[in-house]
Ligand binder design. Structure first.
Ligand SMILES: Cc1cc2nc3c(=O)[nH]c(=O)nc-3n(C[C@H](O)[C@H](O)[C@H](O)COP(=O)(O)OP(=O)(O)OC[C@H]3O[C@@H](n4cnc5c(N)ncnc54)[C@H](O)[C@@H]3O)c2cc1C
Length: 430
């Protein structure tokens, strides 16, 4: 496929490996619906599907193609819990709220994994997740985490691996220890986008690509969304633009709370069939603040993410950076051919928890899953839909989280974030 996302650089292995990515028309003229959704990533598409399934008249627009943002091009790792460990959340929120957030995340996992069978699509799910320790002094914390998850969160699926076990599981001697989570896994992220969109269309949602929202006006009791060729009138609106919220300035609130960090991934040429990398087929993330994450593709490439950037510019020579990072962990691949490099914008919040907020009458904004949106964006979209129809009220647990704006105002918040990230990247290396 030759199509390139205008908002995320590079051609991804996901795009190249997909045989069918259906297109959707752009909106033409005025449209009336009960609910309007802006943004066709996991959050928006999952909300549209859930609403349409419950008989709600819903319209969804995306400025580009569905999945052109983070949802079509991420690391595909589902994870367990929220972005921060439950044991860390206990310190800030207390045991009860931490347990409630963990329960939501487990629901997210279960419901995500049920979607393909229910709607007849495939996401290429493969089980297993390893979190590897790159600094000796964090070994005890990882081991304690495995114990706490079993004892306090009734989650017995995490096993501690010592150094030799870690080396055998990953195929690298670089890490001091690891934990293996047998209760989660990884997917082909673009297949999830395509599946959600197809199911939403089948359920009756009106879906439009290449239709930017240029403004949102809640005056007069109905929400009016301006597009290039008409106005969408709806009772309520979901803004699900995530890290891309400032591109069209449709509303100014979300970009103050959700900041884009650019993250880049490379896929090597297929490796020999007898290589010893990840024999168990797990996905890996590591203990760096600037996390490295990798896994094998079904055609035996190493797909490796780790290059990050804190400006809108695409760095030069992404492949060179990725190859150097691969070589630190897998020295035998220091000369590996990198066939695909691509990137996307991760929407982060200050506490690394999702942003869910009513930003004007009838308008909710959801985003900022901070690198943990494969299951949580999909689920939060579903929870918003269920809050609209009165089916369940779990969204309140996320709505109640304190997600402050980034400091520095419009002019300074990106330079300040750059400084903070550079600092943490330095600590990772020390
Ligand atoms: C490189 C990378 C690796 C990642 N790895 C992982 C991982 O392994 N595991 C994990 O859980 N998470 C990961 N993430 C994060 C995850 O992908 C996101 O949290 C999730 O996809 C967010 O989904 P979303 O629907 O909220 O936003 P997005 O998918 O970013 O969608 C937002 C959409 O809004 C549209 N839009 C913006 N402005 C407008 C407008 N004015 N009008 C209409 N449409 C508009 C955009 O075109 C875009 O399609 C990663 C992200 C990246 C970039």
């Amino acid at each position: 496929m030759n199509y390139r996302s205008p908002i995320s650089p590079g051609l991804s292995w996901y795009e190249a490996s997909l045989t069918d990515r259906p297109t959707y028309p752009s909106a033409d003229g005025d449209i009336r619906a009960d609910i309007a959704i802006i943004g066709g990533g996991y959050t928006g598409l999952a909300a549209a599907l859930r609403l349409a399934e419950q008989g709600v008249d819903v319209v969804l627009i995306d400025a580009h193609r569905f999945g052109d943002g983070a949802s079509g091009r991420n690391g595909g790792q589902i994870g367990t819990g929220q972005r921060a460990w439950p044991t860390e959340l206990e310190d800030d929120l207390g045991l009860d709220r931490s347990r409630a957030l963990f329960r939501i995340a487990e629901d997210a996992k279960t419901e995500l994994l049920a979607l393909p069978a229910k709607h007849g699509f495939d996401v290429g799910y493969r089980p297993g997740q390893i979190s590897a320790v790159h600094k000796k002094r964090w070994i005890a914390g990882y081991r304690n985490h495995a114990t706490a998850m079993a004892e306090r969160y009734d989650y017995p699926h995490i096993a501690y691996l010592d150094r030799p076990e870690t080396a055998a599981a990953i195929g690298s001697k670089r890490y001091h220890a690891a934990i293996r989570d047998a209760g989660t896994g990884h997917i082909h992220p673009l297949k999830l986008v395509v599946g959600l969109a197809g199911a939403a269309r089948k359920a009756g949602a009106k879906l439009y690509e290449n239709t930017p929202a240029l403004g949102i006006d809640p005056a007069g009791g109905r929400v009016k969304i301006t597009t290039e060729r008409g106005i969408i009138h709806a009772d309520r609106c979901l803004v699900a633009t995530n890290a891309h919220g400032d591109a069209f300035e449709a509303e100014p609130v979300s970009p103050r709370h959700i900041m884009p960090i650019r993250s880049f991934i490379g896929a090597t040429a297929p490796l020999p069939a007898n290589d010893d990398i990840l024999p168990g087929g797990e996905a890996v993330d590591d203990s760096r603040f600037m996390v490295r994450y990798f896994r094998k593709t079904p055609d035996n490439r190493l797909m490796f993410g780790g290059r990050e950037a804190y400006s809108a510019k695409t760095p030069n020579d992404i492949a060179g950076h990725i190859r150097a990072q691969i070589a630190e962990i897998f020295p035998a691949l220091s000369e590996a051919d990198i066939d695909y490099v691509w990137g996307g914008s991760v929407g982060i919040t200050l506490p690394r928890l999702p942003f869910v907020r009513t930003i004007m009458p009838g308008v909710t904004s959801i985003g900022g899953f901070s690198g943990h949106g494969v299951m949580m964006a999909t689920h939060t979209g579903r929870l918003w839909a269920d809050s609209v129809t009165g089916r369940r009220d779990d969204l309140n647990l996320l709505r109640d989280l304190d997600i402050p704006p980034f400091p520095g105002g419009t002019a300074l918040r990106k330079p300040l974030l750059f400084l903070a990230m550079t600092w943490y990247a330095m600590l990772d290396r020390l």
